[in-house]
Every structure is written in C-alpha cells, then in structure tokens.
Design a binder for this molecule. Sequence first.
Ligand code: ADP
Ligand code: MG
Length: 295
Amino acid sequence: ATPTALMVGTGRGAQLGILIKGPEVLESTRKADTIVLDKTGTVTTGRMTLLAVHTAQGTGERDVLRLAGALEHASEHPVARAVAAGAAERTGTLPVPEDFANVPGLGVQGVVEGHAVLVGREKLLAEWAMELPADLARARAEAEAAGRTAIAVAWDGEARAVLEVADAVKETSAEAIGRLRALGLTPIVLTGDNRAVAEAVAAQVGIAPEHVIAEVMPEDKVAVVKRLQGEGRSVAMAGDGVNDAAALAQADLGLAMGTGTDAAIEAGDLTLVRGDLRAAADAIRLARKTLGTIK
Ligand code: ADP
Ligand code: MG
C-alpha cells in the first residue's frame, strides 16, 4: 500500500474507535488468524458484584465480610473491588489491614485485626495447607457450574467461607466473536479463572470448550501465546489487565481495551477505545482493505 493509503487507514481507524500505534501495525492486523481473548474485563464487563456468602459452621457472615473486605479494599482486581464494595455495603466501614500482599493470579493475603487472612482461589489456601470443608466445597462447585467465580476466605489457619462473585458478558461480545470468526480467525478464551466458569462464559459467546484455556497463571499467558505462534499461527491477543501486558507484547498483534489498565494500553499495538470487541473485527477488515487484500 502507498503511504497515503496507510494514512487514510489509520485515520479511518480513529473514527471507528481504534487507535493504531503506527501504520506498520496494519500488516500484523491483516495477517492475524487466531485471536486470544482474556475473559475478565475483555469478554466480560469486569464489573463484578458480590452475590452470596457461604459460611462454615460457627463462622459469622459479618466477620467474613469485614476481614475479607478489609484486605480486598487494598487490591485493584475486579474480584477484589466486588468483595470490598459488597462488604462495605453490608457491614459499614472496613478495618485497615496491618499487612497486605497481592498474590498475582491467586488472591490476596495479609493481617487484619490481628488475624492472618487469605482471600482467593482454593489454590492459595492449598499453599498454606488448608482446604475447604465439604459443605463449602459443594457451594463452590455449584457456583462455578453456574458460571460464577467462587472465592475462598480463610483466617488463622482455617477455611471459613466461600464468596460468589459474577460479572456479565458484554452485550457486544457475542456479535464481535461471530464477526471475527466470519473473517477467518479462530477465537480462543484465555483466563486465570476456573475452567467451569470459563466454559460457561465461552458458551455465552459461542466458543466451544476445546477453545478455552483456563486456570493459567498470569506469567504463563505469554507461554500460551508463544505456543500458538509455534504452531505457525499469527496471533492477536485482546486484554485489559496488568496480567495481560506481557502476552499483549508477545502477540503478533496486541489489542488493548481502552477501558483497561495503562500497562495493557502501553503493551498493545492497537487500542480499542471503547473496550468493544467489535472494533477488533473492524480493525481487521480495515487493515485488509487498506493493504488491498479485500475490496
Ligand atoms: P483473569 O485472567 O480472568 O483476568 P486473573 O489471572 O487476574 O484473572 O485471576 C485469576 C483468578 O484468581 C480470579 O478469577 C480469581 O479467582 C483469583 N483472584 C485473583 N485476584 C484476586 C483477588 N484480589 N481476590 C480474590 N481472588 C482473586
Ligand atoms: Mg482481564
């Protein structure tokens, strides 16, 4: 394509809500044949709400919400925001943790009112040799089968509760994924979340279980992109989180959600300003048209 055609292509992109880092990005946009989609905040809105609290025998719901809410208040994760907001709404002002640490891809840990507290995946509890009692394990399995994320809460060496949080699939995601497939791309969902939840979300946007890669630690998202590239694919990756930045940089084409974190936007080649995946399909059509592959 001539320099003028490239300029027109990038200008048209801006009208469509697509910010392109430079004209050279159009070539990788044209060639993409696989699109890896982060789940939370990319396929879904990422605005989660706390739906239910299941407590172990002898544990009070108020204590669970105060201790878990206090720790999560210090985290930016969409799950954390839902837990902190739900806890504050139900119990009032939350205590300030004496100690706090984020455990990427697993949850948070710290000290609240003298108690050593963990909030996150069951795997985080397992690292401290704790497991959910049978009734809480059942509540977790039921929540996940329904497509909700189950978060475990433990303190002082004992698993005490399971919290259910959920967010909604964006209204535009199913149409966007249909359009990407019509353009010849293979959509794949990639997430740190549980497999049951990931499959339930994928089903809502027309993606089959064999195209769901779940329970992937943040640092391993890059390895998934590399593996797909090793299969000879030209990989586009769409994401919003700090956790997605390295994978966005590794991908042949990094698509950052404009509604996401600065880290993702910096790592991406292209920003979907409104966080609407339909703009990814527009970008691919535009690149093919600008570079003369389609009329
Ligand atoms: P995703 O790939 O879906 O954006 P992450 O890799 O950020 O998800 O996190 C994976 C999983 O780890 C989440 O689905 C959640 O179960 C758990 N998790 C991560 N951070 C937190 C937190 N602050 N509180 C509770 N659970 C968390
Ligand atoms: Mg995300």
